[in-house]
Design a binder for this molecule. Sequence first.
Ligand code: HEC
Ligand code: HEC
Ligand code: HEC
Ligand code: HEC
Ligand code: HEC
Length: 451
Amino acid sequence: MSGIILLVMATMIAGTLLAGTIVAGAVESSDFDDPTVCKGCHGEIYNQWDGSMHSIAYTDPVYLAEEEMASRETDGLTDTYCARCHTPIGVLSGEVPPIGLENLSEISKKGIQCDFCHSVNKSTGIGNGAFMVSTDGIKRGPHDDSKAPYHGSMFSELHTKSEFCGMCHDVNHPVTGIAIEETYTEWKEGPYNSTTQCQDCHMTPGVTHFEANPGKASGIGPYRDHVYSHYFVGGNAAVTGVIGSEVHQRMAEERLKSAATLALDAEMKDNEAEITVEVTNVGAGHKLPTGLTEAREAWMEILAEDATGKEIYHSGGLDSVGEVDPDAVMYHVVLGDASGDPTMKVWEAESILFDNRILPKETRVERYNFAIPGGLKGPITVDAKLNYRSASQKFLDELFEDGAVVAPVIEMASAQGMMEVEKESGVPGFECIFVLISLLAVAYLVRRRKK
Ligand code: HEC
Ligand code: HEC
Ligand code: HEC
Ligand code: HEC
Ligand code: HEC
């Protein structure tokens, strides 16, 4: 990266940080309560949060590896910029920089936690960590009638809206302005913006819509028609399985499976298969996939086999080093660096070279044509799958030893079709003519005998 860009970046990042009320170091991490304190009265909510991607946002090994690489390649310029969203208390208290876990208090290690979110008292806008916090001890939340023995309570409209999540779920490059992640903007520009908040799908049992969760937010509080849940489940079934929890991993798989549907039509014409697959984003309130989309992969896998299991066509398989077939239909983003070459390093991003992700409620039609060789045993079955994984092998191999870390492939949706094998001769009705001639021949012979 050139010296000028680095200088501009330093100034811009300082500007972004100053947008918050609190200058780094003006609060102590001990001004915030550890989540285990909240657990005493909000046990159920604590258990939902514990093991979520928010609870491990800073100890996440994939994050730590990329933070380290970014820091090395920019001489530390990205340190507070990245950590601001991944350990907001770590940055506000001035414990970061340096990056990494060594200098961090126990509370800052707990990523995005109870007392951070419920101390947010104002937002300065969307993206790049546009939050302000108050250390007055009052917990901001969705109720205007909430009373707690331990803390003051206050209604906060911000907490009930997507704009709360949008403070962090939109990430722009501070110098080039390139949208590195824009989940909030995708939602804002989509069909859910007036009907469904992020909280309705990510903080209720509904997954793709609001669904009430009656109960108590605290054992010593009142019964309510709905209590917001705190699993914050997205598509990450990889890291949740390693340092999160099995519950969160399973819920991520379920969420991915409710996001899309597939419909398949298989036809044969002149010994050529014509396959049409329709994929619809039925459940995600933003593009599919969203978030860290230079790493995430959602792709179509098509496999055609004859009745003996002989493979006739395969698109979207994995090769020996775990990369997806380069000819596969893949929904993702490719970022470009200063020379216009693809890069997965977000700090180098100066353009978006490619983005074919599926819009909320959009149906995309993909077509496949391939020849059917002779001598096969019918019928031919065609299997279509929409696959997802949290990171490409290339992305993981850049951060870790080659092949050391592998993201599991989750099947989001599937559809099947069948085709009959056509007979060797292409002349239609040949069989009928053959039968007719045989019948005539038999009739002739019978008549000759009678004579
Ligand atoms: C001594 C018990 C106790 C402890 C400890 C406690 N709370 Fe509460 N909290 C309550 C009760 C009771 C309510 C009222 C629940 C209701 O109104 O449904 C409540 C309500 C809340 C609300 C809703 C506020 C609103 O106006 O919408 C939030 C947010 C909250 N607590 C966050 C926290 C956080 C964060 C912690 C840890 C720093 C914490 N609580 C610790 C008992 C406690
Ligand atoms: C990412 C930010 C975030 C984190 C982390 C978080 N919360 Fe919340 N919490 C919210 C939001 C937002 C709401 C309100 C949702 C709405 O009204 O749409 C909420 C609601 C609540 C409520 C009121 C629930 C209800 O519906 O009556 C309580 C109590 C609460 N949180 C406690 C906690 C505790 C305890 C923790 C940690 C174990 C925690 N929160 C972690 C954002 C967060
Ligand atoms: C302080 C910044 C911040 C706020 C506010 C915030 N998030 Fe997050 N969120 C993050 C970060 C950072 C991660 C990713 C952690 C990681 O992957 O290591 C994340 C992860 C998630 C995930 C899991 C993604 C996956 O791949 O599985 C979901 C879902 C999510 N957030 C939803 C929400 C919702 C809904 C809200 C608003 C109620 C919200 N977040 C508010 C920073 C934030
Ligand atoms: C209509 C329901 C719905 C709404 C509204 C919604 N989401 Fe999602 N979200 C989903 C589903 C389903 C998935 C899983 C499919 C996917 O990964 O895109 C998901 C995935 C995610 C992920 C993980 C993406 C990945 O693959 O790494 C994040 C982060 C996220 N949502 C954040 C948000 C935020 C922030 C908002 C509000 C701006 C929001 N969501 C609004 C349903 C919704
Ligand atoms: C504005 C807030 C924000 C900033 C700044 C930010 N991130 Fe994130 N980061 C997020 C959110 C939100 C997610 C979750 C999106 C998703 O799940 O796809 C995330 C996810 C990630 C992940 C995925 C982790 C996993 O396990 O899949 C990595 C890696 C990451 N960020 C690295 C970085 C680095 C490196 C920087 C600095 C160059 C950075 N982030 C800056 C908000 C931010």
